[in-house]
Design a protein. Structure first.
Lengths: 244, 743, 457
């Protein structure tokens, strides 16, 4: 089934789409449905026990848990952290081979077949969003049946990270104009799975999209705003009723 | 020297021009566009994908699924947006279930073992079925026990019919059964089905021991509501109070988390009830009913009398009671989990659910909403009491043949009960499982079943959405291994044993149910012809009827006048710590331990994966000179002990230790075997006095340091993550404070 | 004024060419040992390529560790050659003569060792050429010149090329001498390499000019190389790397470690090749005094870096420095680094007797380089461990045996290459020594000694 579309010009697409995600920390329970959905959708290697012990677990989205206070006045807070798709991405200029670069739809993309594994981008990503394949991922023969054919299976020595499920974006927007892509017509795997609907995905260039409307939310913030990385992934602050 | 400078300038010039050229011009997108093979020019992605709707029982929950299938292989499990319970979302276990189908250690064909303890030999299905028929026709049917994991829908119906028709005994098995919860719901609301909890529309939720956002009953469904409860459009943000002995994700999500003396949840609820009634702030009719007309009926629970037993201040209880009774809108009380896992389990849960009457939250939006009783059967986990009797019958020879379906009793029942010895006394064990778990590996004959993605069935969810719902399970792929659906085996064997069922196969059976639904001519799918109805409802994943609800509020029973105390097993001077086991959010009670994705997803609170750990309060750890990763032994009065590494958890109460259930498998595939330890083995085998369920939260233990240390496989880094005040990752929003900058 | 040891040309030839024309037993032993270590390391590297970088101690988020440390370390060592040769040659420091060749050669080999490191460290070394060389062939895209990782190979290969030229130019007269003293195939090989050198005045003039010219050309390269290497860090967003002081700080640090390495090499060489007549106490005394100055300049920049960090009161910067300086085991490494590369050697070098003791100088110069390795390690690793405010991801790094083997392997490699080089070429330039001897000759005029020869330039 090869429907090859003519590549649209770069400007076309950049005016059409700018993908963004908003994560409401007040809804998120830290359930990690997003984590497993992403593993599954994106052929993320199985993190064996040794991967955790060695500190090399690969998760394109991970749920970080921070403690606050001491017992009995204690609180755990969760935040799902994925690539923030910085408009001013520090990981990009340091890559010698353009394996990571910005595409015209506002995404920081990672092209595995170009990556030589210098890991400089990993050092320079302030969000720890990048994971490196220290070992060749092990896929038992039978389990390969479940691999997503839309996503490259990475080899050892390659950097990987959240792609905003670019394969879904491509499938859903190929040869379409923004009008053919209504808000919410498709979602990345994590957004789709999130049981509390903490995550919202959409096109910032569409003023009627949910993500566009959330730009004005009084709880909106970027993680590490002061770094000037201008993330496209935004968060809504967790509401703290302590003492209320 | 001049030459040098000139040369230098020249090269500098060339370089900077080059740099400008490279920098200035944007890299044309199409040149490095291969971000996904979807867009490879050669179009290397071959084949078409298709989505099939089905349903799966995930833990106790029911999730409608859409499975992406490509070239005959299931690729991705997604939630079915139409299905009323999970509306497009899904649990990690549902996702991980995909790996059961393609599991490298899945049993590939029927197997038989000629000599006890000898090796298995692969056989074909005709021989397997013949052997099974022979075993059953030779056996005295009363000496056959059919043990099944919790099952709903058509398969439960078929299983029960088979057992009845053949005359076998039948027991459901679930390491953590819900008998206490069901009994309490029956007691207080008179309902046979579990009610729905309308979290989305509640304003104030008090949850007692029920980790409803993590593991309790149907977390995906409850999380759907929770998202709305927090930030739903057009409503005030809800307030959640969670009472539990372990700091779970529900505790973390709560606005207030309170730790009270384990087992005193019922006391707290009744004390709140007493406050509400005596202050006259609740529903008067309900108060009269609950007290049998004597408003002083609950005086034994006056805050002054019970506060110290509960471990809360009198004002604290009163405050909760007042908040519950109306200062915050629609209130909802939920109880379960550890609150029901004591010898006084039914007492506790009955008291908790009675609170809903006092605030008028029974069968109304934002409260407890009743579900119509399912038209189909259910196999629930039988209480411990029944299993103890069954084991005794195995030993005495009353039971000679055991048929197993997803009932791993060797792992799920305590070592104290010596299950393996009882199994050794049996003549024949037949297993229908797809994996060699501890119990199946002792079988003489294995007839491996399909995985949920390969078989036909229905599900009548329990908890349901508040109206009648029947989900259809259909094979989304052909069977991957030489397996046969358990239901089909039963239907076929029943015929050969001379008590045939009205259907030829599970598909037939499901279609028969669909015919009944079609005949109602109402609900989510109505079609003139049955075939159209069948097609449409399979596409939608099922059929539901929002009009078919339960109406009316029952009259509540009178609450018990005298408190029932929880009996903890173990003398507190010898066993100073209260053991609170908890279900793993991913591997459940162990039934998902063979799935690598489930194993590899970190526990949200501790971030530990792949193993067992014991959560210890920092002060307690300090007192015992324990550090993270130190291995300790936990010993209970039953004499059993396990060795586990310590996770120092700042949210663990000082006199409590918590251990996840689910690991400690001796077998059950390479992903589960030899990993961690099984906390169920050291639980005191105390029962809830009403139902006979295992009082799994009622054991005291002693913790002793060993000289071993291990590296805990966890996601968090080397230091306890605390946010840096100047540069927080998670920014909080204090209502009332105008805060527009990030920090 | 140096204590003079007058040697005849014949003596110089005989003593300096001894190693080339004969093969002592120790040479064979050392050659075999180092050869085995190098071959073993190559095997280990091959194994690592086969297994993946999992065999190292690297983990998230410490993406760089021993290999990059080693890379910087050897680039640093390579700064000796130019420092000694070019600067001292341009400034006409007489005492440079016995050291220039060894120092330049070490530069070349150290650079080669350093160049192996990015290769060894890359996740997919078999694709390294996509990065190092322009490779527009089928991919429609050139390397990203914004990346310091593209600047590095350019800088280092430039430096390597010029250093090789530098060594070679200075080697030509000596090659001719060997050619004249050998027979058979050796004679023809050296003959080709000597480029028809006959020592006529025109050739001397060109050779001398080329030497000076290369010295001048190589200086900016020398400064740029370590500056560029330092920009690998400065250009990043990593706290405590993102500092403007890094370029000069790295260059001076490189000179410190490079010159120390030259001291070590001179002393070892003197012992092994019995060069007592050429390498004197005065030489290492002079080097030690140079080292004192360099070390102090370097320490000044080091404190400046620290002061900048404290001055800005940036939380993240301070976190990293705090880890480096006060949290074990990093604080221990920091202490060792500080004592080894500065406090102990510099205070000892204050004493003339130390400066003139080959034993003391051998050990102090070695200390400096142990310390300098740790310094690079402490720049890289703690910064990555505490990269940002996400304390959730804070991790540690412990190099694995594989990394240790590869580090020692590169040391063995450089020694091995020097040893092999010494087999084929004199480690001390004969012609420079002879020129020195001529310049040293003095005649007594009345009560004073005056040089017998005056330099022409
Ligand atoms: N409106 C206006 N804008 C101006 C100017 C103006 O006159 N008017 N002036 C312009 C001019 S001339 C200049 S120079 C720029 C200056 O602008 P910047 O270059 O931004 O200068 P700084 O803020 O001094 O330094 C930037 C950061 O670099 C880091 N840093 C730099 N060096 C070191 C170091 O050695 N050690 C450590 N630890 N950290 C270091 C610190 O994190 C510091 O916060 O501003 C320009 N912007
Ligand atoms: S979050 Fe990290 S990886 Fe993602 S764009 Fe920003 S810097 Fe790059
Ligand atoms: S690891 Fe890969 S993507 Fe990252 S900088 Fe190196 S080559 Fe580029
Ligand atoms: S957007 Fe896609 S790739 Fe990114 S974290 Fe979510 S599921 Fe993973
Ligand atoms: S799935 Fe949603 S609620 Fe769960 S951890 Fe991810 S973002 Fe949070």
């Amino acid at each position: 089934m090869a429907t090859q579309t003519k590549p649209q010009s770069a400007t076309d697409r950049s005016e059409a789409f700018k993908w963004s995600m908003v994560i409401d920390l007040d809804r998120c329970t830290g359930c990690e449905a997003c984590v497993v959905a992403c593993q599954s959708e994106n052929n993320v290697p199985i993190n064996e026990e040794s991967a955790f012990i060695e500190g090399r677990a690969i998760q394109w989205i991970r749920v970080e848990r921070y403690w606050e206070g001491e017992w009995p006045d204690i609180k755990a807070r969760f935040i799902p952290v994925l690539c923030q798709h910085c408009e001013n991405a520090p990981c990009e200029p340091v890559c010698p081979v353009y394996a990571t670069y910005h595409n015209t739809e506002g995404l920081n993309v990672q092209v595995y077949n170009r990556c030589v594994g210098t890991r400089y981008c990993g050092n320079n990503c302030p969000y720890h969003a990048r994971s490196f394949n220290y070992w060749e991922p092990v896929w038992p023969e039978d389990l390969r049946n479940q691999l997503n054919p839309d996503v490259t299976v990475r080899s050892r020595g390659v950097m990987e990270k959240c792609s905003m499920c670019v394969q879904r974006i491509r499938r859903s927007t190929r040869s379409k104009t923004p009008n053919d892509v209504p808000d919410g017509s498709f979602d990345p795997a994590c957004v789709q799975a999130c049981p509390t609907s903490a995550m919202t995905f959409g096109n910032l260039n569409n003023p009627d999209s949910k993500v566009s409307k959330l730009q004005d939310d009084e709880r909106k913030y970027h993680v590490f705003e002061h770094l000037g990385t201008a993330p496209t992934v935004m968060y809504l602050k967790q509401v703290d009723t302590h003492g209320a | 020297m001049g030459l040098t400078r000139r040369q230098f300038l020249k090269w500098a010039g060339v370089t900077s021009v080059g740099a400008v050229v490279f920098n200035g011009c944007r890299v044309p997108d199409h040149e490095i566009q291969i971000q996904s093979p979807v867009e490879l020019p050669e179009d290397l992605v071959t084949g078409r994908d298709n989505y099939y709707a089905t349903v799966a029982q995930v833990g106790s929950g029911s999730e409608g699924l859409l499975v992406r299938v490509m070239e005959g292989r299931a690729k991705k499990v997604e939630g079915n947006p139409d299905y009323p319970l999970n509306t497009g979302k899904h649990h990690i276990r549902a996702e991980a279930m995909l790996q059961a189908t393609y599991h490298p250690d899945r049993i590939k064909s029927p197997m038989v073992r000629i000599a006890k303890g000898g090796p298995f030999r692969a056989i074909g299905w005709p021989e397997a079925l013949e052997r099974l028929t022979k075993i059953l026709s030779n056996a005295d049917s009363a000496s056959v026990l059919l043990a099944s994991g919790p099952t709903r829908g058509k398969l439960a119906d078929v299983t029960k019919r088979f057992a009845t028709g053949y005359g076998a005994q039948m027991l459901g098995f679930d390491p953590i059964d819900q008998a206490v919860l069901r009994a309490s719901i029956k007691n207080i609301y008179g309902q046979n089905a579990l009610p729905d909890f309308d979290i989305a529309r509640a304003d104030f939720i008090m949850s007692f021991g029920a980790d409803f956002l993590g593991t309790w009953i149907d977390p995906t469904h409850f999380m759907r509501g929770y998202g709305e409860f927090r930030q739903g459009e057009g409503r005030e943000r809800g307030h959640l109070v969670h009472i539990d002995s372990r700091y779970s994700v529900t505790a973390a999500a709560a606005d207030e988390w309170k730790y009270i003396t384990p087992g005193s949840e019922g006391l707290l609820a009744l004390s709140m009830a007493h406050t509400i009634i005596s202050e006259g702030i609740g529903d008067r009719a309900a108060a009269l009913a609950l007290t049998g007309g004597n408003l002083n009926h609950l005086s034994n629970y006056a805050v002054s009398k019970v506060a110290s037993q509960i471990g809360m201040s009198a004002e604290g209880i009163q405050d909760l009671a007042r908040k519950f009774a109306g200062t915050r809108g629609r209130a909802l009380a939920i109880g379960g989990g550890s609150a029901g896992a004591h010898t006084n389990g039914v007492f506790n849960l009955t008291a908790i659910y009675a609170l809903n009457y006092l605030v008028g939250s029974v069968n109304v939006p934002g409260g407890v909403i009743f579900n119509p009783p399912g038209s189909q059967s259910r196999i629930d986990g039988a209480p411990l009491r029944d299993w103890k009797a069954a084991l005794a019958a195995m030993r005495s020879g009353e039971i000679k043949v055991l048929l197993l379906r997803d009932a791993n009793i060797v792992h799920g029942l305590s070592a104290e009960l010596k299950v393996t010895e009882a199994l050794d006394d049996l003549e024949t064990i037949v297993s229908f499982s797809s994996f060699l778990d501890e119990t199946t590996s002792r079988a003489d004959l294995i007839l491996p079943g399909h995985t949920p993605l390969e078989e036909w069935g229905t599900d009548v969810p329990d908890v349901g959405p508040g109206y009648r719902t029947v989900a259809f399970q259909q094979p989304v792929i052909n069977r991957f291994r030489d397996t046969m659906a358990f239901g089909d085996v039963l239907i076929q064997i029943a015929g050969e044993l001379g008590n045939s069922m009205p259907w030829n196969s599970m598909r037939d059976a499901v279609r028969a149910d669909a015919r009944d639904l079609h005949a109602t001519n109402r609900g989510s799918v109505t079609q003139p012809t049955f075939e159209e109805f069948w097609k449409r409802s399979l596409e939608r994943g099922g059929w539901w009827d929002q009009g078919d609800t339960v109406s009316g509020v029952p009259t509540p029973p009178v609450l018990p006048r005298t408190p029932v105390q929880a009996q903890l097993a173990g003398d507190s001077s010898v066993f100073p710590l209260h053991l609170v086991p908890f279900e793993s959010h991913s591997i459940g009670t162990g039934q998902y331990a063979h799935l690598p994705w489930a194993q590899a997803v970190p526990d949200p609170i501790t971030t530990v994966a792949w193993s067992t750990w014991v959560e210890v309060n920092p002060k307690t750890a300090e007192g015992l000179k324990l550090k993270q990763d130190d291995v300790v032994t936990l010993e209970s009065a039953s004499g059993g002990f396990i060795s586990v590494p310590v996770y120092v958890n700042p949210a663990t109460p000082p006199d409590v230790v918590s251990v996840p259930i689910g690991q400690g498998h001796e077998q059950f595939t390479t992903y589960a075997a030899g990993r961690g330890s099984n906390i169920l083995d050291i639980l005191a085998q105390n029962e809830d006095s009403d139902t006979g369920s295992l009082a799994w939260a009622g054991t005291r233990v002693r913790m002793t340091k060993t000289n071993t240390r291990v590296g805990l496989p966890k996601l968090e880094g080397i230091q306890e993550p605390r946010q840096l005040p100047g540069e927080p990752v998670i920014v909080v929003f204090k209502p009332g404070e105008a805060d527009h900058g990030s920090h | 004024m140096y204590y003079r040891r007058t040697l005849t040309e014949a003596q110089i030839n005989q003593q300096l060419l001894g190693t080339v024309l004969t093969t002592p037993l120790w040479w064979i032993v050392l050659f075999s040992i180092l050869g085995i270590v190098v071959a073993g390391t190559v095997g280990v590297v091959g194994w690592m390529f086969n297994q993946g970088l999992g065999v190292t101690g690297l983990r998230q988020p410490v993406f760089w560790g021993f290999f990059i440390t080693n890379f910087i370390f050897w680039v640093g060592i390579s700064h000796a050659g130019v420092m000694i040769s070019a600067i001292l040659r341009l400034s006409q420091a007489e005492w440079r003569r016995p050291m220039v060749r060894a120092a330049e050669t070490m530069t070349v080999f150290a650079l080669m060792a350093s160049l192996t490191m990015p290769l060894v460290h890359a996740g997919r070394p078999w694709r390294i050429f996509y990065w190092v060389f322009p490779y527009d062939w089928a991919r429609g895209i050139w390397p990203d010149v914004r990346s310091p990782l593209v600047w590095d190979p350019i800088a280092i290969t430039t430096y390597l090329t010029s250093s090789i030229l530098f060594v070679y130019t200075a080697l030509i007269p000596d090659l001719a001498i060997i050619r004249d003293r050998s027979t058979g195939w050796r004679k023809s090989v050296y003959g080709v390499l000597a480029l028809g050198w006959h020592g006529n005045p025109r050739q001397w003039k060109i050779q001398g000019f080329a030497g000076i010219l290369l010295s001048a050309l190589i200086l900016p390269v020398f400064v740029s190389v370590h500056s560029i290497v330092s920009w690998d860090f400065s250009v990043s967003l990593v706290p405590s790397w993102h500092v403007t002081i890094f370029a000069p700080y790295f260059v001076i640090g490189a000179v410190l470690s490079g010159v120390s390495a030259v001291v070590t090499l001179m002393i070892v060489m003197r012992k092994l090749y019995k060069l007592e007549n050429f390498i004197w106490e005065e030489h290492i005394d002079a080097l030690a005094r140079l080292l004192i100055v360099v070390a102090m300049a370097w320490m000044f920049l080091f404190w400046l870096d620290l002061v900048f960090a404290l001055w800005l009161k940036e939380e993240q910067e301070i976190t990293v420095w705090n880890l480096r300086m006060f949290e074990p085991p990093w604080s221990w490494l920091f202490f060792i680094f500080f004592m080894f590369s500065y406090v102990i050697p510099v205070s000892l070098w204050m004493f003339r007797s130390v400066r003139r003791s080959f034993t003391w100088m051998l050990w102090t110069s070695l200390l400096v380089n142990v310390g300098m390795f740790l310094e690079r390690f402490l720049i890289i690793v703690p910064a990555l461990m505490r990269k940002g405010p996400q304390t959730f991801t804070y991790a540690t790094y412990r190099p694995s045996p594989v990394e240790f083997i590869i580090i020692f392997g590169t040391i063995a490699l450089v020694c091995f290459l020097l040893l092999v080089f010494s087999k084929f070429f004199p480690l001390i330039p004969l012609w420079e020594e002879k020129e020195g001897q001529l310049l040293m000759d003095e005649v007594k005029v009345g009560n004073v000694y005056v040089p017998a020869m005056v330099k022409e330039h």
